[in-house]
Design a protein around this ligand. Structure first.
Ligand code: MN
Length: 251
């Protein structure tokens, strides 16, 4: 059962299966009542993620094939396709044109195109999308392959330009904002211009840290507080806004 009304916060992109104790990480998110989308990086991880989130109230799992793994794992695309009907949530998917992954960019695009096409065919999917150094290309592909009435993309940890953000808004995308994004002037300037009805929060744990330890879903409360300062709203107002955005997204 989807239980957004009882949640006290939203972590719409984290990797609970990369914590030392996956089951404990799920239990902790449940106890904290954080609506958590736990993403996967390979479809091989899907069955266990699916199994462990069948009965949870607040934690949902997403079926992914991470762009940074495409060089080695592009061959897992058929497996990803086989599992797609088992979930509404897709991620982590997208493109990474950073120096370490640039070599596989053409293959990444083939895979991401297929992912978008499959999602558009299925309808109603919610995707959490990586777009490092590739915002324009990611948006081109969403525009071409995922019509707005066939699915919704959430741009996770978006680092594109302000004009790219505007374009993403026009395409119907949401943004999941993490603590790192509001730590820099550039990030704050970008976030301040996002329409508040397209904002969600995330941790991207364990890839971000707080107080020298990996972030966990309950750390989104601090993110909501930082976000409130950037948006000129109260933390309570931001919390409510994010929850109502989540309900709109899931309805
Ligand atoms: Mn991630």
């Amino acid at each position: 059962m989807t239980d957004t009304t009882q949640a006290v916060g939203v972590d719409f992109h984290c990797h609970l299966d990369l914590y030392p104790d996956f089951e404990a990480a799920i239990a902790k998110a449940e106890a904290a009542r954080i609506y958590t989308l736990t993403v996967t990086t390979t479809p091989k991880a899907w069955p266990r993620n699916h199994e462990l989130t069948r009965q949870t109230r607040f934690v949902r799992a997403a079926l992914g094939l991470h762009p940074q793994l495409i060089a080695e794992r592009a061959g897992e695309l058929p497996l990803w396709e086989r599992h797609l009907s088992e979930t509404r949530y897709v991620g982590e998917v997208g493109l990474d044109a950073g120096p370490r992954f640039y070599k596989s960019l053409d293959t990444q695009k083939q895979v991401f195109r297929r992912v978008l096409q499959c999602c558009a065919d299925a309808g109603g999917k919610i995707l959490t999308v990586h777009s490092v150094r590739s915002a324009a290309q990611v948006l081109d592909m969403i525009e071409e392959h995922l019509p707005r009435d066939r699915g919704t993309a959430i741009l996770h940890w978006f680092t594109g330009s302000r004009s790219e953000a505007k374009r993403a808004v026009a395409l119907g995308c949401y943004f999941s904002v993490n603590a790192e994004m509001v730590r820099t002037d550039r990030g704050r300037a970008l976030v301040a211009e996002l329409p508040t009805d397209r904002i969600l929060t995330e941790t991207d744990g364990p890839f971000t840290q707080v107080h020298g330890r990996p972030s966990e879903p309950s750390d989104v409360e601090a993110t909501a507080t930082s976000l409130a300062r950037v948006l000129g709203l109260s933390p309570e107002a931001v919390g409510k806004k994010v929850q109502s955005n989540l309900r709109t997204l899931l309805d």
